[in-house]
Design a protein around this ligand. Structure first.
Ligand code: CO
Length: 222
């Protein structure tokens, strides 16, 4: 058997020992349930860990990862994760974390047929089209690439804010707040893009207001 594969079980044994040394009840507590405050949506890239780079422990963050941290309304996986996190776990913060050097974003900037990946990358190409005026003005290819990474995070945040479950819960208890971050692996630092949740919500509400209150108003009109 592959040595590095077997090493994982050795690592796990040590991890269990360490956790029990720190706290004899660690696994008893872990098994008793979860109530994380954060939902983290990030890239599948092996270099961009979620818990580790945020310094969070097991049980503290609900995680969803896919290529280029995309939230697409037709993707049952990410939308189910968000719905569950918002309605059942009642997370207070939803974080979309992109990263510079993202292969998915790079592929979307490359004029090539990527087969099955095409519809996935289309979402990022759509972000490019939405912001082409700004992006086309950037002559440095690296800077353009970095900016598309940031804009992709911003647009995925907007996709989350468009969701009915997010709007409904926000009206009820002012949570969850959606945040956009970029991980810079050259420095290891997280950069907060300071997404203005309230402003985005009020800007998109004319079109994407899916809250029951509005639905009720429409019913009354009929
Ligand atoms: Co990536």
């Amino acid at each position: 058997m592959d040595k590095s594969y077997e090493q994982i079980f050795e690592n796990n044994k040590k991890w269990v020992e360490n956790k029990l040394n720190e706290d004899q009840d660690f696994f008893k507590k872990l098994a008793s349930g979860q109530s994380p405050e954060y939902l983290y949506i990030g890239c599948s890239d092996s270099r961009v860990t979620s818990e580790e780079l945020m310094g969070l422990k097991p049980g503290e963050v609900f995680v969803h990862r896919n290529i280029a941290n995309i939230v697409n309304t037709l993707d049952m996986n990410s939308t189910a994760v968000i719905q569950y996190a918002v309605e059942h776990l009642k997370v207070k913060h939803i974080i979309v974390c992109g990263h510079y050097g993202c292969g998915g974003v790079k592929a979307a900037m490359t004029p090539e047929d990527f087969g099955l990946m095409n519809p996935w990358l289309r979402t990022i190409r759509d972000v490019y089209r939405l912001h082409q005026e700004e992006l086309n003005q950037i002559t440095d290819e690296h800077k353009k690439y970095d900016r598309l990474v940031e804009l992709n995070v911003q647009e995925q945040c907007i996709n989350i804010i468009k969701m009915a479950c997010v709007q409904e819960r926000y009206l009820l208890d002012h949570y969850p707040i959606v945040h956009g971050w970029v991980f810079d692996m050259k420095s290891g630092k997280l950069i907060d893009l300071n997404i203005d949740f309230e402003k985005i919500l009020s800007n998109i509400q004319n079109i994407y207001d899916l809250t029951n209150s509005n639905w009720m108003k429409n019913i009354k009109k009929i």
